[in-house]
Design a protein around this ligand. Structure first.
Ligand code: CO
Length: 201
């Protein structure tokens, strides 16, 4: 079963070792990534590939529509481990234009559990209703909602007690908001980086 994937895996591991014989041996000992990526589960947004980082260099959390909900134990566990144990220097919340989850959040259709998961995006929409509904092109409006969602999640991360406590200890840590373009392969930095509690405004 899945023989082609196993063959891919063997070839990939062999290429890694050919380029750097000690590659996997080094990683066994410890991971020391400097970055935590919080991104969408979408198959077109592969975290390591987009920023061309190797195994060991990027700690990754992905879910539908790159949310950072302050009650989600999965996300919080990742965040705490990244901040308290790995001591990452940067956290990137990475949305992407054309996000199906963002579109589904506001299309009025019922899908089940995911409607609850996407609820925070409807809140972002409601908080920015006027500005969003002033955008006549639906795709442009949804892309703006993708950006606004990222900005909201950046604030969630930065206002979390794990992050606040890290800053309190003097630990250097920045929270960034990016949106990835499926069409170009390029990341758009929204320039909403939060480096200290005062940046939350
Ligand atoms: Co998405």
């Amino acid at each position: 079963m899945l023989d082609h994937l196993k063959a891919n895996n063997r070839a990939w591991a062999a290429r890694k070792i050919a380029a750097d014989p000690g590659f996997f041996k080094r990683l066994v000992g410890q991971q020391a990534p400097q970055y935590l990526w919080i991104g969408c589960a979408d198959s077109r947004v592969p975290a390591n590939e987009i920023v061309d980082l190797d195994p060991g260099e990027l700690f990754v959390h992905r879910n539908i529509s790159n949310l950072a909900p302050p009650q989600d134990a999965n996300y919080l566990s990742v965040l705490q481990f990244a901040v308290d144990v790995l001591k990452v220097r940067h956290i990137m919340v990475v949305g992407h234009y054309g996000c199906g989850g963002v579109a589904a959040a506001v299309d009025g259709q019922r899908r089940g559990l995911v409607d609850h998961w996407l609820h925070p995006i409807r809140e972002v929409y409601a908080d920015n209703r006027q500005a969003l509904e002033a955008i006549s092109d639906k795709r442009v409006r949804l892309d703006r909602l993708c950006e606004l969602n990222v900005i909201r999640q950046v604030r969630n991360v930065a206002s979390d007690v794990f992050v606040q406590d890290a800053w309190g200890r003097g630990q250097p840590l920045s929270v960034h908001g990016w949106v990835y373009s499926l069409a170009t392969g390029l990341v758009n930095d929204l320039n909403v980086t939060i480096r200290r509690p005062e940046d939350l405004g």
